[in-house]
Design a protein around this ligand. Sequence first.
Ligand code: ASP
Length: 266
Amino acid sequence: MLKVTKFGGSSMADAGQYQKVRSILQADPARKVVIVSAAGKRDKKDHKITDLLYLSFAHSQYGVDSSRIFDLIVERHTQIRDELGVSIDVEAELTQLKHRLDEKTITQDELVSRGEYFSAKLMAAYLGFQFVDAADWIRFNLDGTVDREKSYALLKDLYDDGGIVIPGFYGTMPDGHIRTFSRGGSDITGALAAAALDADVYENWTDVSGILMADPRIVDNPQAIPEVTYDELRELSCSGAQVLHEGTIFPVREKNIPVNIRNTNA
Ligand code: ASP
């Protein structure tokens, strides 16, 4: 039995959320593959790390100092690291990144992919799982689609049944450059991993309890829809329900892998 689990930004927002993720994984030994998003908002006024990364890139493009924004990115990751008590030198890699940003030698895609990268590094260290970089197996074609056959074969080789953590949201182009999916694309990484490893289920952990009949930010306590078809899910995603990225459906439907949408906080 293999469960591929993907945790969204709100599940990665702070050390307390990491602890919840660990309990969820420990509750079921079949949960051996973990895909993570970049740290999301801790509360309504907070910032998503991915947004801060896009913002610092825009600043540097216009020649505006991005140090204050970048400091927020450093602070969040060092705080999570210190509260979890893991030893990873995030400062060294972040300093290097800031340097490349200032020198304009980093692409926007590579920079914004680092939120997921640091989440996965921290989560892997915390869980004692292997870090498997998405850059080492997700292969894009020149037209921006994913070469699924090649990607699946690469992940099968890298898989370690002692548990792996993969950063969501990005892969590499044929020339080795990092390319990201569109926003919310870590869901796709999870679906690709589930398909590559022929998982029994793809669990997508978020901050809502399944697919609801209405947007819980607008309607109080909407009921959950117990089951939908892949087509219905794709249609809902395409027409704005922010449950799953629309690109998630194809890899799992092709392999007939059920998707289970779960709430990290419940
Ligand atoms: N971190 C990226 C975003 O905010 C990707 C994701 O979370 O799925 O869009």
